[in-house]
Design a binder for this molecule. Structure first.
Ligand code: PEP
Ligand code: MN
Length: 653
């Protein structure tokens, strides 16, 4: 049963309740959710629910109707996010685990680790004890395989996963691996589940070839009931009458599991299909179906693999798959999880790079060797990151999408306030919108970047804008009379609003602010248009999701920081601003230099030069090639034709 506590229930009530339940023979788990605190009581004991309902501090008691309790959505409404080292599995991120079916040798696993990491996988897989159908097939390297896997982990910084097949190996696995895999064949090896559950380490539980979803969740219950709260499920295909593929990958299991359980679920398209050229399409389908990630077999030389070569991807196939996932993720409102060095983790990677300095016209901008200053983690101090608007704004979502470490979003009234707060050291970073794919540039922020020479662009993040119609918790669409939103929000939902022409449209200064306003007013006839995150923040109800006219609605944000705060190891984008000399062909000359250096220009924007009527500043974004010197050389050329030049940022796009 689930016991929801009253909001004002204190520690003494909680303690007495727990003691009461334990006394009756229940195991008790406390879950602190965003909205309420609940106690989950499970076990074989029986008690009249009314007896619990009358105890002090109890708001209500809900029986769990499913046979699995701790694994059920009834028990925990919010998605579970499993932490593996620095990586979080579940939530809004897509995690890709990749590597060979089996560890075969030091060279093989190190090479595999390096290439899957290069492509963007964040966890390395590799079996050491292989449960093979035939006793004559390669059985794995055993403990030696686990040691090699650990070596590969240390060499690349990637956590590792490997399958455990016997209780006897528990100590070994405790020492060498970060996630224990329970293979399909052992999904119902209940003694193994009990012992592995008691270890308390993250576990990937694969669905058995003949197991129903209910069976899978019951096995997860074994792990949870024995004390493990880091359980990840995995769909890897089931036996059906179809023989073309090795198994039938049951992708419908994903939305079903998502409804029934709070646990994250990954998909294994390799064992799911058994055929290499079917793996990538099923992997993408799995992500589209809502999977939290993938576990994929990749081998440096699949044709020589000692097991499952036919279903192992070539490294370049993984690379292509990762690009496709990257393109698909924003459509689903998700991000692909990246290891710090490959992404833009500003806290863990601090790199002294090319100066890219604040050169005014005439000065020389120098390149120079990028050198890693090393990793330094300050996990206990959350980064303070400023954004404009109310809690739940799209800018806040951009913060969650960009920064992977502990963070505290700090709302500001205006964009200028964010710039000021950075200079006053009140926040570490700011996130500002710069361009919307439908509405164009946010000029105010271009102007601020020019006015604050001590602030630099440190990164960028693009997110898809999905608008929702949001109302009071007890409202229905038929109750709505007035709709509040930022004028842009209203404009972007024109088609939907036209269908409800009787509604009064009220412009508001901010989309999330409009949700805060209707929550405060408490009128059932009021609705707001904003992102669904805002509904969550103000405990409002999403009446309809996806009400924007054009689904290809993206906003690009800049991450801004004080100059010199962070330099990115492998920048691929530069933004600069210049004004050309007042002579014929001046802008053409700039563009010519870019063209001749084969520098790809990504954006050109002109803005009036402050205080100089009819003169213009040009904002230019270019790709930085691998040979960064090419970029710095052409920039120095360009500057000769300008009477103002400044680098706004050198960053990773
Ligand atoms: C594996 O991951 O290598 C494996 C044997 O998977 P499954 O248990 O799903 O067959
Ligand atoms: Mn395999």
């Amino acid at each position: 049963m689930i016991i929801v506590l009253e909001h004002n229930a204190g520690e003494p009530e909680k303690r007495d309740l727990k003691a009461f339940l334990k006394d009756k023979g229940f195991r008790v788990r406390e879950i602190v959710g965003e909205e309420e605190i609940i106690l989950g009581a499970v076990g074989t004991a029986h008690v009249d629910l009314r007896e619990v309902e009358v105890l002090p501090g109890v708001a209500r008691v809900i029986p769990i109707t499913k046979p699995y309790k701790l694994a059920s959505r009834e028990f925990k409404r919010e998605d579970t996010v499993v932490q593996v080292g620095p990586i979080k599995i579940g939530g809004q991120r897509i995690v890709v685990i990749a590597g060979p079916c089996a560890v075969e040798s030091r060279e093989q696993i190190i090479e595999a680790a390096q290439c899957v990491k290069e492509s963007g996988a964040v966890i390395l897989r590799g079996g050491a004890f292989k449960p093979r159908t035939s006793p004559y097939s390669f059985q794995g390297l055993g403990e030696k395989g686990l040691k090699l896997l650990k070596e590969a982990s240390e060499a690349t910084g990637m956590p590792v996963i490997s399958e455990i097949v016997s209780i006897e190996h528990l100590d070994m696995f405790k020492e060498y691996v970060d996630i224990l895999q329970i293979g399909a064949r052992n999904m119902q090896n209940f003694e193994l589940l009990k012992k592995v559950g008691a270890l308390g380490k993250p576990v990937l539980l694969k669905r058995g070839p003949a197991a129903t979803i209910n069976d899978l969740l019951m096995s997860a219950e074994y792990l949870l009931a024995n004390g493990d709260d880091s359980v990840i499920l995995c769909e890897r295909g089931i036996r059906t009458f179809e023989t073309y593929t090795r198994n039938t990958l049951d992708l419908s299991a994903i939305p079903v599991v998502k409804k029934l359980s709070h646990l994250p679920i990954l998909v294994d398209p390799s064992h799911g299909t058994g055929i290499r050229d079917k793996v990538s399409s099923m992997a993408l389908a799995a992500i589209a179906a809502g999977a939290d990630g993938l576990i994929v077999e990749v081998h440096p030389e699949p044709d020589r693999a000692l097991s499952d070569g036919a279903q192992s991807l070539y490294p370049e196939q993984l690379e292509k798959l990762m690009r496709d996932i990257e393109a698909l993720a924003p459509v689903l409102g998700k991000e692909v999880y990246k290891l710090p060095e490959y992404g833009d983790d500003l806290r863990t990677v601090s790199v002294e790079g090319p100066a890219g300095g604040r050169a005014s016209a005439g000065e020389t901008v120098s390149g120079g060797e990028a050198k890693t200053a090393g990793l330094h983690k300050e996990e206990s101090v959350p980064l303070r990151i400023g954004f404009q608007g109310e809690r739940g704004a799209f800018s806040e979502r951009a913060i969650y999408g960009y920064f992977q470490q502990d963070k505290e979003p700090v709302p500001f009234v205006s964009f200028k306030d964010i710039f000021d707060a950075i200079l006053q050291n009140k926040i570490d970073y700011g996130v500002i919108p710069i361009e919307n794919s439908l509405a164009g540039s946010i000029h105010q922020n271009y102007d601020l970047l020019l006015r604050y020479p001590d602030i630099r662009i440190a990164g960028e993040k693009k997110i898809r804008i999905v608008h929702s119609l949001i109302g009071l918790p007890d409202a229905e669409i038929k109750d709505i009379r007035k709709v509040y939103s930022h004028p842009q929000g209203l404009a972007q939902c024109l088609k939907f609003l036209e269908k409800h022409s009787e509604w009064e449209q009220v412009p508001y200064y901010d989309t999330a602010g409009a949700v805060e306003f209707i929550a405060r007013e408490g009128q059932k006839g009021n609705a707001a248009i904003a992102g669904r995150e805002a509904a969550k923040v103000y405990k409002m109800k999403v009446l309809k999701e996806g009400v924007e006219t054009n689904p290809k609605n993206y906003t690009r944000f800049f991450v801004i920081a004080p100059e010199g705060k962070n330099k990115i190891k492998n920048p691929d984008r530069a933004s600069f601003v210049l004004s050309t000399l007042d002579k014929p062909g001046a802008l053409y000359l700039t563009l010519k230099i870019l063209a001749e250096s084969h520098l790809n220009m990504k954006k050109l924007e002109s803005r009036p030069f402050p205080g100089k009527p009819w003169e213009y500043m040009f904002y230019i974004d270019v790709e930085i090639p691998e040979d960064q010197e090419v970029f710095y050389r052409s920039v120095n050329e360009i500057k000769k034709n300008t009477d103002y030049f400044r680098i706004l940022g050198i960053y990773k796009s």
